[in-house]
Write a protein that binds this ligand. Structure first.
Ligand code: SF4
Length: 366
C-alpha cells in the first residue's frame, strides 16, 4: 500500500476540509444533527443521486418525523412514500430497523457501531458515516465514491470489492480520516467524489488531492478503479393483465414482501421468464380464468415496456382486459384502484409505466 507520512495525511485532511468549507454543497441533512434524519439521508443516498434524494428526504421526514412515527407506520405507508425512488428494500429495512430501535434501543439510534451494524440495511460504511456525522465519532467510510477516490489516489491495481482490495481501501480510509473532524471529513470526501473525482471526466485541476494522486500523475485517472468486464445482463419477459372494471378501476395485488420490488403493488401477471415470444391474448384470458377465476373480454395487447434492474433487463407485455364476471377469493389480497388518483398504494416506477400504457394520465415518474 502507498505510504503517506502522518504529516502528509494531516495536510491532506486539512486541504480537503478547506475545500469543503469553500465549495461544500448546502444540503438539507447537513443543517441537522438529528441522528434519525442523518440515518435517513445516508440510506436514501446509498443508490440515488442527491438531486433525486432531496424531495424524498423532505417528504419522508414530514410524514415520519421521528423513529417512533416510522416504527408505528404500516410498511405499506412507508413504501408509498418511497415509490418512484427504486431499491425498495432500503425502505423495508429502514422500517424494520426503526422497529428494532423501539424494541431494543429505547427508540434511539444506537451510538455503538457494533450495535448499529446489526440493524437491517446498515453496513459498516453507512454506520461509520452516521456515527461520524451525527456524533463526530472517529469512523472511516467506504462508499462507492470513496472507493473510487482512494483507488485513484493509490492507483490501486486490485478490484475494490475483492477481499485484498477492500482491506487496503479500508486501511487507507481509516488512516486518512482525521481524529477530530471525522464528521466533516465524511461529508467532504463524499462531496469530492460527487463533484470533483467523478466517475467520468474527473476535475483533477480543481482537486485538493491532485498533488498526491498517482492516477493523475500517470495521466489515467479514469483507469481506476480497475473493473472486470461486466457480463451482459440476462433479459427476461413477462405479461401483465390490466384488468379493468366499468368504472375504470384496475386490479392490483401486492408482491411478496421478500424479493424483487417486495411489498409493492402491481397488476396480476406471470413471473419473469426467459421466454422471448410475447403471449397472445387468449393465453392471458385463460391464465386469468384458471389462476384467479376472472372472466374478461378478449385481452388486447398494449405496447411493451422495457425496464432495467441491477441484475437483469425486463420486458413487460401489458394486456388490456375488460372484466366481465368472477370474483377473487377472499384470501387473495387485492384492491381495485384508480391509479391516477390513488396515492396510498405503493406502486413501483416499472408498474406505473405499465399502467400508463392504459391510462396515459398516470405519471410513470410519480
Ligand atoms: S487528482 Fe483527479 S483522480 Fe486524483 S483524486 Fe483528485 S480528481 Fe480524483
Amino acid at each position: 500500500m502507498i505510504h503517506f507520512s502522518e504529516a502528509v495525511r494531516v495536510e491532506m485532511g486539512q486541504r480537503l476540509l478547506d475545500h469543503y468549507a469553500r465549495h461544500g454543497r448546502a444540503l438539507p441533512w447537513r443543517a441537522t444533527r438529528d441522528p434519525y434524519a442523518i440515518w435517513l439521508s445516508e440510506i436514501l443516498l446509498q443508490q440515488t443521486g442527491v438531486k433525486s434524494v432531496v424531495p424524498y428526504y423532505e417528504r419522508f421526514l414530514d410524514r415520519f418525523p421521528t423513529i417512533q412515527a416510522l416504527a408505528e407506520a404500516p410498511q405499506e405507508a412507508v413504501l408509498a412514500c418511497w415509490q418512484g425512488l427504486g431499491y425498495y428494500r432500503r425502505a423495508v429495512h429502514l422500517h424494520a430497523a426503526a422497529q428494532r430501535m423501539m424494541q431494543e434501543h429505547q427508540g434511539q439510534l444506537p451510538r455503538d457501531i457494533e450495535q448499529l451494524v446489526k440493524l437491517p440495511g446498515i453496513g459498516p460504511s453507512t454506520a461509520g458515516a452516521i456515527l461520524a456525522i451525527a456524533f463526530n465519532q472517529h469512523h472511516a467510510i467506504l462508499d462507492g465514491n470513496v472507493k473510487r477516490i482512494l483507488s485513484r489516489l493509490m492507483a490501486l491495481e486490485l478490484l475494490p470489492d475483492s477481499t485484498p482490495g477492500r482491506k487496503i481501501l479500508w486501511e487507507m480510509a481509516a488512516l486518512l480520516t482525521p481524529r477530530d473532524a471525522a464528521g466533516h471529513y465524511a461529508q467532504a470526501i463524499m462531496d469530492l467524489g460527487a463533484t470533483i473525482c467523478r466517475p467520468r471526466n474527473p476535475d483533477c485541476m480543481g482537486c485538493p488531492w491532485s498533488f498526491w494522486c498517482r492516477a493523475r500523475a500517470m495521466g489515467r485517472p479514469e483507469a481506476y478503479p480497475v473493473t472486470v468486464a461486466r457480463a451482459a445482463k440476462p433479459h427476461r419477459y413477462q405479461f401483465n393483465a390490466l384488468v379493468m372494471r366499468e368504472d375504470g378501476s384496475l386490479l392490483l395485488m401486492p408482491r411478496p414482501d421478500r424479493g424483487l420490488l417486495g411489498g409493492m403493488w402491481q397488476p396480476p401477471g406471470d413471473d419473469p421468464s426467459l421466454t422471448v415470444t410475447p403471449p397472445d391474448g387468449e393465453t392471458v384470458r385463460l391464465w386469468l380464468a384458471e389462476r384467479h377465476g376472472l372472466m374478461v373480454d378478449p385481452p388486447v395487447a398494449l405496447p411493451s415496456v422495457d425496464h432495467v434492474f441491477t441484475h437483469f433487463r425486463l420486458t413487460v407485455y401489458p394486456f388490456c382486459c375488460v372484466w366481465r364476471a368472477g370474483e377473487l377469493s377472499g384470501e387473495t389480497i387485492h384492491r381495485w384502484i384508480h391509479p391516477d388518483h390513488d396515492r396510498s398504494t405503493p406502486i413501483s416506477t416499472l408498474h406505473r409505466k405499465v399502467l400508463a400504457r392504459l391510462t396515459p394520465r398516470i405519471n410513470p415518474a410519480a
